[in-house]
Design a protein around this ligand. Structure first.
Ligand code: ANZ
Length: 808
């Protein structure tokens, strides 16, 4: 006996939509904001990996609603982006139209999975009402002094005509930088005038905030390492024969007597100045080559270190020794000062370099084994006034010495870089400002001039010289105001911008893409109710980019009084991947993508949802397996058959009491702690029990079982609810089942309480209860019932676990 998924899925999806069953409510003190990382609506639609996170968040949302929480569970579109722009360029189309088409496909697919989103909250980051607020937030960031225009070394991709973020660049098999995902075009470093957001000003807040979050430690560590706080010193080294100094950053000033050479990053501005004539060619060549490498590649310890001597020397300020100044790309330009003192005896990278170029390795911490760098703590040697100290003492003493002699000063350094925020692209948010004709002065647009609309352009080709496609429209760029000439910024914001605050936009949305004014009193009340996001589910690939950027914006919005709390996302779950049957990542190019539409056709959405949730714990990855998918469908049929053949009854003879209460208890507790696979096993065990006993199920238990089933298999859930509940309401406005702890005492027995052989009461007790306790409980009960208040007990006779008889 099977149910027809094709019939019931359409039927209930229509019912939910028409009745707005999942509309966000404002009825309760309790709330849950359950958020999915919203998708980029690419041209290829969903694959079966996408619904994994969405199904977990859906299960949780349905569970919370039934528990009486007001639930906010929205979805929208991260709509701006390079793929649509690239596609539009190739096909001479409008990226907006293309994106909207993709959104329609995604939406249809998502709806066919029966997710309980509140569609009134739908939004798109590319909608003018949305990016009006993105622009407004940018203005607030600017007003706080956190946005400025700077010359920065960026990843420039000539073929795409745009700057790419580090995440959008990779190294190909020849060791060259190329664009990731967008055709593998060559990428090089190039200085450009860019908007830069000063996320480094928030480094400490971003770091300390991590502690309060319910994220797994590995993810917290990723963020901590990204921020990368270190306490060190800046030390000044004089350049020999020149009236110039090079500042280096070090976390080990205590090793200064072991510094045997100095390194400048190829991009360091002193490279030109110090390089001697005879070395210029060689150095220039080296600098040119290193431009084509990514920072990740340059830091890769498995790659051989390279460098060139500049022909110049620096003077070690502690012992006045002359040491060579090298240019080497293992020193990064934009980390700390882009210059180091190298201590090969105690730093593995310097050791490797010194070995290759035959440079001295001078041990300043004593160690027996001098055939490799020593990074531990021990006694100082060869270090003048530091000799015989330990590491802690030496760092303290040298630091004081450097400061007192004005050779150095303490500095906290962060790995995190300020955020280059301009893109030379068309399809993004225009900057809400304009420049004076000479480009020197910046003016913000008035608030009532927002949004600054992205103009429709026929030609969205990059200009080729680093300017964005918007530069092609001089009509848009240049304008006059009060007789003066101005021009707009031709860059647009990066795709990260919209996702920095979209979780706030859902709260503000009254209907799709219509938002309450973010500065209003009403917005404050809404934020107070809904923030922070209680559970955020999405891919691990956003561990640093999106999650750091949006935490940064949130903290700025907190500081200007827009949001009431400091952190946006309290609990975070990274769903694992679903690989193909061979364990490979699914991708369009490999042709191994499993399309959820096909599975919905063949097995039904409920089977797919159940299977995805059941296969492994949410955070683990797993291989797709059609057999297990079949089993999921079979189990749903088994449940349906159970209702149709074994049936339900109005009377409770207690036979299912234990199994039922245990199921409710376990399922509830497991969902409370965001375990999504184990509750399914519990439901399966319960069904096994019913098939074993083969007696109709007490109706109240049956209905509550349907409620639990329905969060995983919502269509079948509603169908069964309709068949057995005799009400016309959705199962989702019912209350989540409670359980009776008393029914969970496993070894209980009913003892007859007699007075002079006559039955007066019964009592449920643990089996094997001791005589004293049984006598006490029984006399209490008899006294309560007024049987024993005046009589004297002469004798108590007990037949273990069965009878207690008072002879009076
Ligand atoms: C001397 C020294 C001796 C160092 C020693 C380490 C060990 P963290 O902790 O990551 O901040 N460094 C500084 N600037 C650099 C750059 N732009 N590119 C590559 N390396 C750089 O690391 C700080 C250490 O990394 C600094 O301390 C410096 O090497 C190196 F036994 O200075 B050290």
């Amino acid at each position: 006996m099977e149910f027809s998924h094709k019939k019931i899925e359409k039927k209930w999806q229509k019912f939910w939509e028409e009745k707005k069953i999942f509309k966000t409510k404002n009825d309760s003190q309790k709330k849950q904001y359950i958020l999915d990382m919203f998708p980029y609506p690419s041209g290829s639609g969903l694959h079966v990996g996408h619904p994994k996170g969405y199904t977990a968040s859906d299960v949780l949302s349905r569970f919370r609603r039934m528990q009486g929480y007001d639930v906010l569970h929205p979805i929208g579109w991260d709509a701006f982006g390079l793929p649509a722009e690239q596609y539009a360029l190739k096909t001479n189309n409008d990226p907006t139209e293309f994106t909207n088409k993709n959104i329609d496909v995604f939406k249809k697919q998502i709806k066919s999975l029966g997710f309980s989103y509140d569609w009134d909250k739908e939004l798109s980051t590319a909608h003018p009402n949305f990016y009006k607020i993105t622009q407004w937030i940018f203005q607030q960031i600017y007003k706080k002094g956190l946005a400025s225009i700077e010359m920065v070394n960026v990843n420039w991709c000539p073929n795409l005509g745009t700057v790419l973020s580090n995440e959008e660049v990779e190294v190909n098999s020849d060791g060259l930088m190329v664009s990731r995902d967008f055709g593998g075009h060559p990428v090089e470093k190039k200085p450009l005038r860019q908007w830069v957001l000063k996320i480094t000003n928030y480094a400490d807040k971003l770091l300390s905030g991590i502690e309060s979050l319910d994220w797994k430690n590995s993810l917290k560590d990723l963020q901590k390492n990204w921020i990368g706080k270190s306490n060190g010193m800046v030390i000044k080294f004089k350049v020999d024969k020149l009236e110039a100094f090079i500042d280096v950053y070090t976390t080990r000033p205590d090793t200064i007597f072991g510094a045997t050479y100095l390194v400048l990053a190829p991009e360091h501005i002193a490279v030109n100045m110090v390089t001697v004539k005879e070395k210029r060619n060689e150095v220039d060549k080296y600098v040119e080559i290193s431009k084509k490498k990514t920072d990740i590649d340059r830091q890769d310890d498995s790659k051989e270190k390279t460098g060139v001597w500049t022909g110049a020397y620096a003077i070690n300020p502690l012992n006045n020794e002359k040491i060579k100044i090298f240019v080497a790309d293992y020193v990064l330009a934009d980390y700390a000062l882009g210059a180091i003192m190298a201590v090969p005896a105690h730093d593995p990278r310097d050791w490797e370099f010194a070995t290759k170029y035959g440079l001295e390795k001078k041990f300043v911490l004593d160690t027996k084994n001098k055939s490799k760098p020593f990074v531990g703590d021990s006694r100082y040697i060869n270090s003048n006034f530091l000799n015989n100290l330990n590491k802690e003492g030496a760092i303290k003493k040298i630091s004081e010495h450097l400061v007192n002699n004005k050779i150095g000063y303490a500095k906290i350094n962060y790995k995190i870089r300020d955020w280059v925020f301009s893109r030379q692209r068309y399809y993004g948010e225009p900057f809400p400002l304009y420049f004076s004709e000479d480009g020197k002065d910046v003016f913000l647009l008035d608030e009532n001039e927002l949004p600054l609309l992205l103009p429709k352009l026929k030609n969205i080709k990059p200009s080729g010289n680093g300017e964005s496609p918007l530069a092609n429209s001089s009509k848009w760029v240049n304008f006059e105001k009060n007789g003066k000439k101005y021009k707009r910024d031709t860059n647009t914001m990066p795709q990260w911008a919209g996702s920095c605050w979209y979780y706030l936009a859902y709260i503000l949305a009254e209907s799709p893409n219509n938002f309450v004014d973010i500065k209003s009193k009403k917005a404050k009340e809404l934020f107070k109710k809904w923030l922070p996001v209680d559970v955020y589910i999405g891919g691990q690939e956003h561990a640093v980019g999106h999650l750091i950027y949006s935490r940064f914006w949130h903290k700025v919005l907190y500081d200007i009084g827009i949001v009431p709390n400091e952190e946006p996302y309290i609990k975070l779950i990274n769903q694992g991947m679903i690989q193909d049957e061979k364990g490979q990542k699914m991708s369009k190019s490999k042709g191994n993508v499993i399309n959820p539409d096909d599975i919905i056709q063949s097995h039904g959405a409920d089977s797919l949802r159940l299977y995805i949730m059941f296969m492994v714990p949410i955070e683990s990855s797993a291989q797709w397996n059609y057999k297990t998918l079949d089993s999921s469908r079979n189990w749903l049929d088994r449940v349906y058959r159970m209702f149709r053949t074994i049936g339900v009854t109005e009377d409770n003879d207690g036979i299912y009491d234990f199994a039922y209460n245990q199921t409710v208890k376990n399922v509830t507790n497991m969902l409370e702690s965001c375990h999504f696979n184990t509750p399914i096993s519990q439901l399966m065990q319960f069904v096994n029990e019913i098939y074993k006993i083969k007696k109709p199920l007490f109706k109240q238990y049956a209905l509550n079982f349907i409620k639990m089933l329905s969060i995983y298999a919502p269509h079948l859930g509603e169908e069964l609810w309709e068949m057995y509940s005799n009400n016309n309401e959705s199962v989702y406005i019912q209350e989540w089942p409670a359980y009776d702890e008393k029914k969970l005492i496993v070894n209980t027995t009913t003892v007859a309480i007699q007075i002079n052989g006559k039955l007066r009461a019964t009592i449920e007790t643990d089996k094997g209860i001791n005589d004293k306790l049984l006598t006490e409980l029984s006399t209490n009960l008899l006294k309560q019932k007024n049987y024993l208040h005046y009589d004297k007990i002469k004798k108590v006779i007990i037949i273990k676990d069965k009878i207690i008889n008072f002879v009076v």
